[in-house]
Write a new protein. Structure first.
Length: 292
């Protein structure tokens, strides 16, 4: 007998990555109940491969008229039928119990959104610097005073009304835009500033595939830096107390500390990654800070 729970809509934004999408759907669909739905958002793929896989899997398909991960996620939650909406990326594998953990977190009293654990599959644990990961094993409430990383859009969930009230993901952030990252953190910042608490649930577990080449990883860390710089520019205009803490965490706790550790360990690539994050952060902060 399967315990009935609140229905869940799962949104997967994707662009011309049929192999990852098929793998993600193969892992996700056996975990769901008949009350749930999957919404695949094709982010303006140049071929029909994405649509063909979605149709073959029997899931809902939404097609965006232009690329952009934030646009795709917004189209996904707007098309969702259920009040509870979860997001995963096409390059993650949800693990047993993931839907139940997401629903349990979202139905906690006073919780408007949730994030979950993002790890690395056992066959990729040898990689020196996997991204992205969120490995905390302790659940916690996420609010304006929460330190450090609170999660990522690769594994998160919201009440649909929370997304509607906030406007959802900013389409000036994230892959497919100049900023190219931080669309999730920017949304989380707005929610906690508006007094909408979240909840980190480590039982909502996914593996993130480590598919990037070194060249692609270099671009990713530069984009992470750009995204953080744009996020900080907004925070410094809206909430200086939070901005000071996040700046200290990003510059000292992340970039500079990572660079020092990498250099001491002789891991030159790690030092370059950290330097790219720091440079991208400074560049985008300087470019965007004066914009409204």
């Amino acid at each position: 007998m399967i315990d009935r729970r609140a229905p869940l809509s799962v949104v997967i934004p994707t662009r011309e990555r049929p192999t990852w999408l098929r793998r993600c759907l193969d892992a996700l669909q056996p975990l769901l109940q008949d009350i749930d739905e999957v919404v695949v958002v094709d982010s303006a793929s140049p071929t029909s491969a994405t649509a063909d896989i979605a149709r073959a899997a029997g899931v809902r398909l939404v097609v965006a008229d232009r690329p952009g991960a934030s646009l795709a996620r917004n189209l996904g939650w707007q098309a969702a039928s259920n009040d509870l909406v979860a997001f995963i990326d096409d390059d993650v594998t949800p693990l047993e119990g993931w839907p139940e953990a997401v629903v349990a977190a979202l139905t906690r009293p006073g919780t408007g959104w949730t994030t979950g654990w993002i790890g690395v599959s056992p066959d990729q644990l040898h990689l020196p610097e996997p991204t992205p990961t969120m490995l905390s094993v302790e659940p916690r409430v996420l609010d304006r005073d929460s330190p450090g990383a609170v999660g990522a859009s690769a594994n998160c969930g919201f009440h649909r009304a929370v997304l509607a009230d906030s406007g959802g993901f900013s389409e000036r952030f994230g892959p497919g835009t100049w900023v190219a990252a931080a669309e999730d953190q920017e949304l989380f910042d707005r929610l906690v500033a508006a007094g909408v608490p979240g909840y980190y649930e480590p039982a909502a577990r996914v593996y993130h595939d480590q598919w990037r080449t070194r060249r692609q990883a270099l671009r990713l860390h530069w984009n992470y830096g750009k995204g953080m710089g744009a996020r900080l520019a907004r925070l410094w205009r809206r909430d200086r107390q939070v901005a000071r803490r996040v700046t200290r965490e990003a510059v000292v706790g992340d970039a500079l500390s990572s660079m020092v550790r990498a250099l001491r360990a002789g891991y030159q690539t790690g030092a370059v990654f950290a330097a790219l994050r720091l440079l991208g952060m400074a560049f985008t902060f300087a470019v965007r800070i004066w914009r409204p």
